[in-house]
Design a protein. Structure first.
Length: 80
């Protein structure tokens, strides 16, 4: 009758182990960094391993040109 309870306990321990591993992996990914650039470095974007944008730099000369579509395209290219 109590045989199923030992399996449940084992399952819960296993779930806790997996949860701990996932947290460790999440922390590792959050610490990783990647930088993408476009337009000869006129746009730079820095991401972490969770694909969160940490920094976006756009050259002031590019902004001064006022070409919104080009800036959007370069930001997209740098992100990809």
């Amino acid at each position: 009758m109590f045989k199923g309870l030992s399996n449940l306990g084992s399952l819960l321990r296993h779930a806790q182990e997996i949860s701990g591993r996932m947290k460790g992996l999440n922390d590792e990914l959050r610490a990783r960094r990647a930088t993408g650039s476009a337009g000869g470095g006129m746009v730079e974007v820095e991401l972490n391993g969770l694909l969160e944008v940490l920094r976006c730099r756009i050259d002031p000369q590019l902004v001064a040109q006022g070409d919104r579509e080009m800036i959007e395209e370069l930001v997209t290219t740098a992100l990809n």
